[in-house]
Design a protein around this ligand. Structure first.
Ligand code: PLP
Length: 366
């Protein structure tokens, strides 16, 4: 099998599985228990938080909150920090559904919500961002790397603009497709940053929210008061340890860029690349006149797994992100997404290119 759908989820690495196993079996104790086994598990959770802030290049101040997914972390950042008197909330049109649909829900509830356009290259339109911000903007959520196209937003630049127009506005960024994949130091003016274990060879069902200042947050889930009273529920020690194993194994020196370049260079020129300045791990392609979904299934018959777009929109014919980037309908219908991991090889890329060219050509000539 060739697995080129790593933006959807990744294979857990050996270290992640080893830690998971250890904490599911011998070290199964409740991290909130006051005997030594519980205290040891709580210490391990704290160690994982420290590794997260170290990887982000920020200070650890008991400010990482583990959640049951990045979806939940995004919901916590938004619904947990927005106050009734907030005047204006800003989101980008490129956001993942866990942010986008939360924004729509807030709009339905009567908040003044505005969406920033994407450029044709898939990034947040900086001019539109400048124009839509005003001194009464209270909250901004702009993702770091887009999950459909891999487009990288320049958070430093956006923060610089925000600091001039509305310095007190809260700034959240969904970093799920950036953390552990592209090397960066988190801008010190970012209030909240979301990450997910299963996109970096950790287990599913474990996310985290970094909060520069957790006093700006209120819980959205109530219960026993775990995670500084911000995310109640017995700590998922094994999952968190699986996340720790994945973070310890992060490597920025992978073959992803080489694989991506090889595919682009060797594809039939009727394929067009969606997005510019993109992550080495994500490649969005369009081929006018064919159906991307059919192409996905033809590759599947050869044991090659790619995607039609994000798993959340994968079953639909449309693609919200490509559409707002201005792609015509034919290019949207003819789109596919390939996404890589450190386990992929150039030999795999050679096979995939050959099959993509063969099948796309066959579909185009039907
Ligand atoms: N944000 C982005 C950019 C994603 O790609 C994903 C995964 O699909 C999520 C959020 C949601 O992550 P999780 O599956 O941990 O809820």
């Amino acid at each position: 099998m060739i697995y080129f759908d790593n933006a959807s989820t990744t294979k857990p690495c050996e270290k992640s599985v080893r830690y998971l196993n250890e904490y599911l079996t011998d070290k199964f104790f409740n991290a909130s228990s006051i005997y030594k086994q519980g205290i040891e598990n709580k210490n391990q959770i704290n160690n994982c938080k420290k590794i997260i802030t170290k990887t982000l290049g920020v200070e650890f101040k008991d400010n990482v909150i583990f959640t049951g997914s990045a979806t939940e972390a995004n919901n916590l950042a938004i619904n947990g920090s927005i106050k009734k008197n907030f005047k204006k909330l800003i989101f980008s049109e490129g956001e993942h559904p866990s942010v986008y649909n939360t924004a729509l829900d807030l709009k339905n509830k009567g908040y003044n919500v505005e969406f920033i356009k994407l450029t044709k290259d898939g990034e947040v339109d900086v001019e539109d961002f400048k124009n839509k911000l005003s001194s009464d903007t209270n909250f901004i959520s702009i993702m770091h790397v887009n999950n459909e196209t891999g487009a990288i937003n320049n958070l430093d630049k956006l923060i610089e603009i925000k600091n001039k127009i509305c310095p007190n506005a809260i700034f959240h960024s969904d970093g799920v497709q950036a953390f552990g994949k592209i090397k960066f130091t988190l801008n010190s003016d970012i209030d909240f940053y979301t990450i997910s274990a299963h996109k970096i060879h950790g287990p599913k069902g474990v996310g985290a929210l970094y909060a520069k200042n957790k006093n700006k947050l209120n819980p959205i889930i109530f219960g026993g008061g775990q995670e500084y009273n911000l995310r109640s529920g017995t700590e998922n020690v094994a999952g968190i340890m699986g996340f720790k194993g994945a973070i310890e194994d992060i490597s920025y020196n992978t073959s992803a860029s080489e694989i991506k370049k090889f595919i682009i260079d060797n594809l039939n020129k009727k394929f067009t690349v969606n997005g510019l300045n993109t992550s080495p791990y994500i490649l969005s392609l369009s081929y006018k006149g064919i159906n991307g979904e059919t192409l996905v299934h033809m590759l599947e018959s050869e044991d090659i797994l790619i995607s039609r777009g994000s798993a959340c929109s994968g079953s639909k014919v449309g693609n919200r992100i490509l559409t707002v980037m201005g792609l015509d309908k034919e290019s949207v219908v003819g789109s596919i997404r390939l996404s890589f991991s450190r386990y992929n090889t150039i030999d795999e890329a050679k096979i995939v290119v050959e099959k993509l060219n063969e099948f796309a050509n066959r579909l185009a000539n039907l």
